[in-house]
Write a protein that binds this ligand. Sequence first.
Ligand code: 5GP
Length: 120
Amino acid sequence: ATQPYDDQNIFAKILRGEIPSQRVYDDEFAIAFHDIAPQAPTHLLVIPKGAYVSWDDFAARGSDAEIAGFVRAVGTVARAAGLVEPGYRLLANVGQHGHQEVPHLHVHIFGGAPLGPMLA
Ligand code: 5GP
């Protein structure tokens, strides 16, 4: 079972504006901001506005509107960053073995250079 949502996690605080972020996108369902420790020339994080621990939690409990809105937001953010033609990578770490560090669903967008077969 998924852990309960902790509303003191760092991305919850970023969502509420309690700690700063370099926000690049904001709509009804999602925000996006620059990762604080970029692992590619472009490294953005997209998070849903709803309180979801992980991809698994979101897929299980998210409404169809939230899921559609979030998926569209990820695409819009990558497109707005100019990543579509050169290409980019999406990543969502889930849980302990997935090395998820922040317990609010986030999708990483990596781009800005050829990435090779995989990021560590
Ligand atoms: P995870 O391992 O959970 O998939 O990734 C968490 C990501 O959040 C990491 O890439 C890390 O650099 C980023 N991160 C952690 N704390 C902060 C923060 O306070 N602000 C921003 N912008 N990114 C953060």
